[in-house]
Design a protein around this ligand. Sequence first.
Ligand code: ADP
Ligand code: IOM
Length: 342
Amino acid sequence: MKYPKFTDGCHSLLCKFLTKEVFEELKDRKTSNGFTLSKAINSGVVNEDSGIGVYAGDEESYTLFAPLFDPIIKEYHGFGTDDMHVSNFDPKDLDISNPDPEGKFILSTRIRVGRNLADFPLGTIISKTQRDKVESLVSDTLKSLKGELKGSYYPLKGMSKDVKEILIKDHFLFKEGDRFLEAAGLNRDWPDGRGIYHNDDKTFLVWINEEDELRIISMQQGGDIKEVFTRLSKAVTLIEQKASFMKTKHLGYITSCPTNLGTAMRASVHIKLPILSRKMDIFEEIIKENHLQIRGIHGEHSQDESGIFDISNKRRLGINEVQCAYDLFNGVKKLIEKESSL
Ligand code: ADP
Ligand code: IOM
């Protein structure tokens, strides 16, 4: 394997931190599950427009390839090698009201966490047999949920094209053929082992075997962040009573992408900001100051549409779940104040 050549236009954290020295130090290492540097960096090498460009294959990847992962984690989350991650998913500590009570700006709110089972490698190198096993273990666990969380599991295999397209368009299901995930090894054996669980109202959903083995999601129309957080907290607590997730004291929940370590939480709103979106310098300053990130409304790497954006917390490690939700709440309040004043 040769040191990859990045063009001048590449701004990923991979090309920033994969120096020749780091490459030489890591190029022949292999985790006990067989994960290598070449697998870790392939997505960012193939896709120079990656934000990060690096994926892990298992918990050990984060220590074995630390000379590459640690600076990326520091830059993305502001989290150092001596820091410890502490969780707090208690909705009682989230003392907020709806930032948009009249529903003038926020279309919908969604909060998700990523999880991976402790006894399996991550999706980048999981075998087909292991992936199918994860699917059956998780879907069986979800069958025990009751009340508002009660729902059904819909495997991707055999799902009609029409149903799939509607679920994707309505923001409930992950998209197909993502080139970043493809190059990371995360789309192997598609669509086997993948699927979606949801309740009747589609306010509680679980994606199985996408970028992480589980993406546990709470979402609804409007801006009631606390209600969405409370539903998610309840669901995660119940699922965690039955499933053992990959987790360390230092990094919290282990995820395939380093941006999701720790809480693995992305709390987002779809929000209309037609005036601010024409003043990108002010918009971006508020985003930066409030530790937020902007995505388009069809998920990561998509564009905004008619002044509607996906705004979410950027930091996920070294702050707890309640703080992630506060990052979103405080930032969204500022954005709404600014949009109204312009
Ligand atoms: P993830 O949240 O897992 O990082 P994406 O950014 O790809 O993944 O988003 C997944 C899907 O969730 C996309 O269809 C996206 O439009 C949808 N989504 C994200 N935030 C919201 C929101 N606040 N309201 C409605 N849909 C959302
Ligand atoms: N989480 C992951 N999909 N993403 C950060 C990819 C990238 O742009 O590097």
